[in-house]
Design a protein around this ligand. Structure first.
Ligand code: IMP
Length: 427
């Protein structure tokens, strides 16, 4: 089993950290291949709750090498904050590897992210304000600064000069902000060089050798399919490739090496930021899911928008990612509901759509067609086998599986590492 991908199958926050954790000691390398510190994994180990934004969640597994791949955008200040936070709690971070080709998020892109959102007004994306979009835009525009650049002052200065020519026009003339000097940017980035150096590696080579040696490499997506820049609800998406295809480009691992794709879906749906969300609830049911599920952002603390399970989204994710196994998380949150609606299709201006509408306007107009499934009231947090679940919870999982286009191999029944029902081994 050379390379395994984990992707979010909805709009993020599906509980990927827990799934990674579940694979635990069997995994030799965990690679983050996209996004930056816009992500938020919460991992619970014993009594301790860890919120990670940039570091791959595998950093908590002893013996596992965490890798930040070339497809990531790195806020170096945040990287060291997280490293320091973990070290203070006794977690060894010395094995971390950072791709020399990953891009760094300079301070000016954080400023630009926030002012652009303000400028967009009602058309804003609802970004996390971490500079993700502007940094990916620079990468594509060939004006980005890469990790390797901070070890060469001359090159770094040239690149920052080039980038600031345009950025300062934008900052001062469009957004009425102060200009940034080349020196302050260069100084800031150079200040990290000595500390970062031991972590920097040719990660594509490292991972290729690991696979050749029969190691298990887990590629962990940030964000999720519906936030993918190509396949998500554009323009209300993040700026990276959060799907299984992105795992290959963002890590340098060839697609032919990827054997399994694990899609993480929550037993209901959440979204943060702006953009269409057909099954969104604005009533007491939405509040119920938010409260029961603790649906407040790990990165921004924003209350998440909540809605019922959407099997059109799940089927789409199964197709785009080639999902081999789903992990259905947070089933316990649904406990206590009399009936549970599941979206099976959309009605778009009188036409039934079983598949994701390709047209943005159609998706904005999609009205969910629901099937009502009977609920359960028994506490399921102690279930460890499928048979431990009440009959209606089993039926819910089976029906959702039937609708979603791939088998459901694991069901999450609580926040703890061991609170899961495994139906099929993931690796
Ligand atoms: P950005 O990634 O900060 O540019 O934000 C773009 C969109 O992606 C916004 O709607 C964010 O709320 C959303 N987003 C980014 N990261 C996450 C995540 O880890 N979970 C859920 N939503 C996210």
């Amino acid at each position: 089993m050379p390379a395994v991908v984990i992707v979010g199958a909805q709009w993020g926050d599906e509980g990927k950290g827990k799934a990674t954790d579940l694979l635990g000691s069997r995994v030799d390398y965990v690679v983050k291949f996209n996004g930056g510190n816009n992500a938020g994994h919460t991992v619970v180990i014993g009594e301790e709750k860890y919120a990670l934004h940039l570091l791959p969640s595998g950093i908590l597994t002893p013996g596992c090498v965490p890798v930040i791949g070339n497809g990531v955008v790195v806020d170096i200040g945040v990287l060291f904050e997280e490293i320091d936070g973990l070290e203070a709690r006794g977690v060894d971070t010395s094995q971390l590897k950072v791709s020399a080709s990953a891009h760094v998020i300079p301070e000016y892109n954080k400023v630009l992210d926030k002012v652009t959102e303000r400028f967009l007004g009602s058309r804003k994306i609802g970004t996390t304000g971490r500079g993700i979009g502007p940094t990916y835009a620079d990468k594509m525009n060939r004006q980005g600064i890469r990790v390797q650049d901070i070890f060469d002052e001359k090159i770094l200065t040239q690149k920052v000069e080039g980038a600031l020519e345009l950025k300062n026009q934008l900052l001062t003339k469009v957004y009425n902000r102060r200009a940034v000097t080349v020196d302050e940017v260069v100084e800031d980035l150079l200040s990290y060089a000595d500390r970062l150096a031991p972590f920097v590696a040719d990660t594509t080579l490292l991972l290729d050798r690991a696979i050749a040696d029969g190691k298990i490499v887990l590629l962990e997506a940030g964000q999720a399919t519906m936030l993918d820049v190509d396949h998500g609800t554009y323009p209300f998406v993040t700026s990276s490739s959060a799907t299984a295809g992105g795992a290959a480009t963002g890590s340098g691992i060839a697609p032919t090496r990827i054997e399994r794709v694990i899609g993480i879906v929550k037993a209901y749906t959440t979204r943060v930021g702006e953009g269409p969300f057909p099954t969104e609830l604005f009533d007491a049911s939405g509040d119920f899911l938010r409260e029961q599920g603790g649906e407040f952002g790990t990165t921004t603390g924003r209350p998440r928008r909540c809605g019922w399970y959407d099997s059109v989204v799940a089927r789409y994710s199964a197709r785009i990612n080639g999902v081999t196994d789903f992990v259905l998380t947070k089933l316990d949150v649904l406990t206590g509901l009399e009936t549970i609606p599941v979206c099976v299709a959309y009605d778009v201006d009188g036409v039934r759509h079983e598949e994701m509408p390709v047209n943005q306007t159609d998706f904005h107009h999609a009205v969910p067609v629901y099937e009502e499934l009977p609920g359960w009231s028994e506490d399921i947090s102690g279930a460890r086998s499928f048979e431990d679940l009440p009959a209606n919870a089993q039926a819910y999982v089976r029906r959702v599986e039937e609708l979603s286009g791939a088998r459901i191999s694991v069901v999450g029944v609580g926040p703890g590492r061991e609170q899961a029902v495994v139906r099929h081994d993931l690796i």
